[in-house]
Write a protein that binds this ligand. Structure first.
Ligand SMILES: NC(=O)c1ccc[n+]([C@@H]2O[C@H](COP(=O)([O-])OP(=O)(O)OC[C@H]3O[C@@H](n4cnc5c(N)ncnc54)[C@H](OP(=O)(O)O)[C@@H]3O)[C@@H](O)[C@H]2O)c1
Length: 270
């Protein structure tokens, strides 16, 4: 039996993935910031619910140790925990900028660093990072989130080569719009009322983004399925898209020049 450790398993994609792997006979270390609130995953066989806050290194180490003690070893780390800051960059406070990177980038690096000694001892392992189609293309007013996901893309692509030397695979998942609490609990709205100049544009873009989340959206179970396919894929593949909107944007990006693509995005938010 194989074991996956998932960060951010309390909701959305992380939760769906915990269920999906458990239904297919995997052991799951379902980690979350508030495990005391969990009432369902801890009822499943072969699921260990435990605390992990990607901003607190001690909790990462503790969750890994508990997972290994409980299941013998960990085969796959899924770096899923994340959220999005939305709003004009100029309005973002230093705390908001730092927090976006603390969770989405340094959180992934912290968890990755903590699992590597175990994977090297086993001479095998896999790290799957939740990027986003927003790690390949960018929309207006999401500069911090895009910066964090583009960082994950570069980090992961470089690690792919480096860790292959240790028989450790690195993969990224790039979902489009997914119906989770991402636009609720995981959306931090950035606005400074004194920056009135952005107000109309901000409202228009936010409305467009929300409409797109209503009409053009896939389920977290679809992403869980893609993550599962990545986890059992024996090939050297690195990128996995999830959702028709992600595939459309990826194709559009590939077949357009930078100018053409950016005109296309501009026209969408005019
Ligand atoms: N939904 C989308 O459209 C979409 C698209 C592309 C990529 N993604 C990516 O998918 C991942 C999961 O998002 P989701 O859509 O499933 O949203 P979600 O349902 O809101 O889940 C976000 C998860 O991240 C956890 N989290 C936040 N900060 C954390 C921290 N410091 N330490 C540990 N866990 C933390 C949350 O835990 P708490 O319960 O403790 O808050 C929650 O479990 C994110 O990386 C996101 O960027 C989502």
């Amino acid at each position: 039996m194989k074991t996956i450790l998932i960060t951010g398993a309390s909701s959305g994609i992380g939760r769906a993935t915990a269920n999906y792997f458990s239904e297919r006979g995997w052991n799951v270390v379902a980690t979350m910031r508030s495990p005391e609130k969990e009432t369902e995953l801890n009822r499943l066989d072969c699921v260990l619910v435990t605390k992990l806050d990607v901003e607190r290194k001690a909790t990462i180490q503790d969750a890994i140790t508990k997972g290994i003690e409980h299941f013998g070893k960990i085969d796959v780390l899924l770096n899923n925990a994340g959220y999005a800051a939305f709003g004009p960059f100029e309005a973002a406070t230093d705390v908001q900028v730092k927090k976006q990177f603390d969770v989405n980038v340094f959180g992934v690096m912290n968890s990755t660093k903590a699992i590597l000694p175990h994977f090297r001892t086993n001479k095998a392992g896999m790290i799957i990072n939740l990027s986003s189609i927003g790690g390949r293309v960018a929309f207006p007013l999401i500069s911090l989130y895009h910066a964090s996901k583009w960082a994950i893309e570069g980090f992961s692509e470089s690690l792919y080569y480096e860790l292959a030397t240790q028989n450790i695979k690195v993969k990224v998942i790039e979902p489009g719009n997914i119906a989770t609490d991402f636009t609720g609990r995981s959306l931090e709205l950035i606005m400074d009322e004194s920056l009135e100049v952005y107000k109309t544009y901000h409202e228009k873009v936010l409305q467009k983004q929300m409409e797109s989340f209503q009409t053009n959206v896939s389920t977290p179970e679809l992403v869980a399925k893609v993550i599962y396919e990545a986890a059992i894929d024996q090939t050297e593949r690195f990128r996995y898209l999830a959702g028709e909107d992600a595939k459309f944007l990826e194709n559009k990006r590939k077949e357009s020049s930078d100018d053409e693509f950016m005109k296309f995005i501009t026209s969408n938010f005019r």
